[in-house]
Design a protein around this ligand. Structure first.
Ligand code: MN
Length: 504
């Protein structure tokens, strides 16, 4: 472990960047001196590996520095003051963001999963905070076998339900695939074992034929003048295979992309040329040609997929894309953030939320490389589409705030005393929360506490409130309740109840 190892992974670091990395390395070493992980390894190994994951994603220097320091206040001996003095406010801001995210816990309440994902995205004011959290979680998952078994399960489920899908939505496949497989193994060991076994047998059967096929493909392409290319095969992740098996009657013979051939070329025109050459030599399976270049997936993924008969009894999926598309499919949003900014742009501060970080790089803002817009994930592009004609800074700010409000639909996030997150429309009352938990809880609400203090039932909730509902079996909804709820769900339950009692 050395700081040079990190530097060697970075994208053209300046002298100043190198000095900062060395400084962060040494700072973390001191801050965690003598501390051990559950594995018995020095704690420093964890923060080093987190920083390494970030360098591998080609993140900027403040992010990698924050990776080194992310546990130095919570678990180490560093103080906010010292970090601010030695590394500046931006790094401190990122660390505090990661600490805040660490307080959110998934407890397995199925119906709140989407709330929790939204909450995590909304609280990561800067997308880099979320990416640090993913890099941190990746190392925690790699070493999960040292954690207490009951905790293992909770962390694995949290990763599978929350963090892996978030990494996928940010299209950081490089991280989401590994997070999926590590957490699948720990959350559902039996299913994992079965899937691994299935894959192993099938792979042994098809690999030799596949390697022969790759050789023939290379030859066919070279004959047509496609020389600058890279071919390899990509293995399907275990979890992704498991999911696919579920929709294919658990029949591995029906899965054609267990091992897929990947061909990377320079330009989009080359991609279609390669497709033409391949279809000229090997017969494609009808209905299996997918053009994700013309029609990218919602997370921005671009590639052409086709499935062909290889002539020796096998059926193989071929994926064709440019080198750039390949890079984006592995690194996703990280690949958009990983660019060298000039010094005037480098001052990212607290108030730059993550939309702001991304939006200036998009099509319609002045001074933006037009070609860059083409490689944005679609959901971000859609957000950008609606901001044509914005000129001044304050218009831009207003737009971004509206956007954030729309995106999260004016939601607030409140907690149960156990830490489950419930998202409700802004302006919701205590009773809305009670009905969101369960209609029985709502119907028997007697009183409520917000942040530990007794409140009246017409109290409105604020973002981040911890709400406790005290029920009483003999308590019932009354007419007044109809006026102190905001959600349609709560209104409906109350009206139903009152209707029934009126009829009686
Ligand atoms: Mn950590």
């Amino acid at each position: 472990m050395s700081y040079q190892e990190i530097i060697s992974l970075m994208q053209s670091p300046t002298e100043n960047d190198k000095i900062l990395i060395e400084k962060a390395f040494n700072f973390a070493l001191t801050a965690h001196e003598g501390q051990k992980r559950k594995s018995g390894e020095p704690y420093f190994v964890h923060v080093f590996e987190t920083a390494k994951n970030l360098a591998d994603l080609k993140m900027d220097t403040p992010t990698i520095v924050a990776g080194f320091l992310h546990d130095s206040i919570e678990d180490g001996v560093a103080t906010e003051e010292r970090i601010k003095n030695e590394f500046g406010e931006e790094v401190l801001f990122l660390i505090n963001g990661v600490t805040k995210l660490g307080k959110v816990k998934y407890r397995g309440a199925e119906r709140h999963i989407e709330s929790l994902r939204k909450f995590i995205v909304a609280s990561s004011e800067d997308i880099r905070v979320l990416i640090i959290k993913l890099a941190d979680r990746l190392h925690n998952m790699r070493t999960i076998k040292f954690v207490r078994p009951d905790k293992q399960k909770r962390i694995a489920l949290e990763t599978l339900e929350i963090y892996a899908p978030l990494a996928y939505r940010l299209s950081i496949r490089k991280i989401s695939r590994e997070l999926e497989d590590l957490s699948f193994e720990n959350a559902y060991p039996e299913e994992f074992g079965k899937t691994v076994e299935l894959k192993k047998n099938k792979k042994a059967e098809i690999l030799p034929r596949l390697e022969k096929f790759i050789k023939s493909v290379k030859k066919a392409l070279a004959e047509q003048g496609v020389i600058h290319m890279q071919t390899d095969y990509r293995k399907k992740g275990i979890y992704s295979l498991y999911r696919k098996l579920q929709t294919h009657e658990n029949d591995i013979e029906k899965i054609y992309d267990l091992l897929a051939i990947r061909i990377c070329v320079d330009t989009i025109a080359d991609c279609y040329k390669v497709l033409g050459i391949i279809h000229g030599v090997w017969r494609p399976l009808p209905g299996r040609i997918k053009d994700y270049i013309a029609f990218p997936k919602p997370n921005g993924y671009q590639s052409i997929h086709t499935t062909v008969f290889t002539g020796d009894g096998s059926i193989v999926e071929v994926q064709i894309r440019t080198f750039e598309m390949h890079n984006i499919s592995e690194y996703g949003i990280a690949s958009h953030l990983a660019y060298k900014e000039n010094d005037s742009n480098k001052k990212a501060t607290h108030d730059t939320n993550w939309f702001k970080q991304l939006l200036p790089k998009m099509i319609n803002f002045p001074g933006v490389n037009k070609n860059k817009g083409d490689e944005m994930p679609k959901w971000i592009k859609d957000l950008a589409e609606s901001q044509k004609g914005i000129k001044t800074e304050s218009e831009k700010d207003g737009f971004i705030n509206d956007l954030k409000a729309d995106f999260f639909n004016e939601r607030i996030f409140v907690f149960t005393p156990k830490g489950d997150v419930v998202d409700l429309p802004d302006g919701s009352y205590v009773l809305d929360f009670a009905y969101a938990i369960h209609s029985d809880v709502g119907n028997h609400t007697n009183s409520a506490k917000i942040n530990g203090k007794m409140v009246s039932l017409d109290s409105k909730l604020k973002n981040g409130d911890i709400v406790e509902i005290i029920t009483n079996k003999s308590n019932k909804p009354n007419e007044r309740w109809e006026h102190i709820v905001k959600t349609n769900m709560a209104k409906r339950h109350i009206a139903n109840y009152l209707d029934k009692t009126r009829k009686k």
